[in-house]
Structure formats: structure tokens, C-alpha cells
Design a protein around this ligand. Structure first.
Ligand SMILES: [Zn+2]
Length: 193
């Protein structure tokens, strides 16, 4: 039975790039030891933005068993643990490019790009720091880079967690966004009272 890609599902490896900056071979070895024919994903993006080819696109995947997704999707994994670190700018750029290519090839609307957790609801995959909004923006090709610089990381993570910033783009701020940020901030304070 061949794989018929109708969805693009994004994962993280849940292994910090601090521990291992080049993970493809390690993950492939791990999946082979499980008795799988190849790495479970179709594409793999290293922290430096290198895209590595996993199993063939028409091969059934081993990444999302819910809703028979392995038979009707392509699995794309990003190396890193995005519960505790942000995807790198190079990874996000590479992912945006890959999603665009695959969406065009299989004629898939933006709605067909999903995080793994959408199907495996008990998981955070591809990590709490890789939000649904980020993925949607990437899939739309609207924003290719929004990884904050190191000095802003803690603040951005806090503001996102508090839902004070709902869109993190690195763009200059407009009056509209400022108003929304102030509103969200005051609302979060009131809710705590
Ligand atoms: Zn996953």
C-alpha cells in the first residue's frame, strides 16, 4: 500500500540541539533498531537548516498513527526540543521553503499543514515553543523568520505564555498591535486579581 500525501505533519525530535547538533543519523539508527525499515519521517531538518531526505514520499510513514495519517501524509521532523528551546531561524526558513514546495507539488491548502499534537493530543510535538500560529504563518509563507535574538528570548517566551503577544514576528510595532498588547497585558493582570 503506497502513501498518498494529503497532509504535511510537523514534528520535533525532542532532543536538544545542545546535546546533539546533527541528529539525522542518530534518529535513523534509533528507528532502525525499533525494526522499522528506515527513519520514520520523510524529511528531516537539522539546526543549521540542512534538509535531509528520509523515506521516499510514496512510502508509508512511521510518525503519526492516529487517523491512519501514516498512509496519507508526509512527516517532517525538526531536530531540537522545542519545549525548551526555539527552532533556529535557519530551520524555520528551510521548513517554510519545504512546505511551499510540497504544498505546490500535492496541491495542498494551508489547512493541511498540521503539528503532530493536533492528532496525538497527548503530546506537545513539535513543542510548546513552536506554536500553531507559527506553523500556520510558516505554511502561508507570510513570515519566514521570527526567532527572537538571544537578548529577547526570555521576554518573548514570557509574553507568549501569558498570551500578551499572540503574534511574534520581529516586525516594527503598529498602533494596532500596541493596543492589542496593552489590552492583553491589562486583561492578564485583571484576571490575576
Ligand atoms: Zn511528533
Amino acid at each position: 500500500m503506497p502513501n498518498l500525501p494529503a497532509y504535511l505533519i510537523v514534528h520535533h525530535t525532542a532532543v536538544s540541539r545542545g546535546k546533539n547538533a546533527e541528529q539525522f543519523e542518530a534518529v535513523r539508527g534509533y528507528h532502525l533498531r525499533k525494526g522499522w525499515g528506515d527513519i520514520g519521517y520523510h524529511y528531516f531538518i537539522e539546526p543549521d537548516g540542512t534538509v535531509k531526505k528520509g523515506r521516499a514520499e510514496n512510502s508509508v510513514g512511521a510518525h503519526t498513527k492516529q487517523k491512519l495519517m501514516n498512509y496519507r501524509s508526509l512527516g517532517i521532523a525538526l531536530a531540537g526540543n522545542f519545549d525548551s528551546e526555539n527552532p533556529t531561524e535557519l530551520q524555520l526558513k528551510a521548513l517554510a521553503k519545504l512546505l511551499k514546495k510540497l504544498r505546490t507539488k500535492y496541491n495542498l491548502p494551508v489547512e493541511r499543514v498540521a503539528p503532530h499534537r493536533y492528532y496525538a493530543t497527548y503530546k506537545s510535538c513539535p513543542g510548546t515553543r513552536f506554536t500553531d500560529q507559527m506553523l500556520e504563518q510558516l505554511a502561508r509563507g507570510e513570515v519566514e523568520t521570527f526567532t527572537p535574538p538571544a537578548w529577547a528570548e526570555a521576554g518573548v517566551a514570557w509574553a507568549a505564555e501569558q498570551k500578551i503577544l499572540t503574534q511574534i514576528t520581529g516586525e516594527p510595532i503598529s498602533d494596532y498591535r500596541l493596543a492589542a498588547i496593552l489590552y492583553n497585558f491589562v486583561k492578564s493582570k485583571v484576571a490575576q486579581l
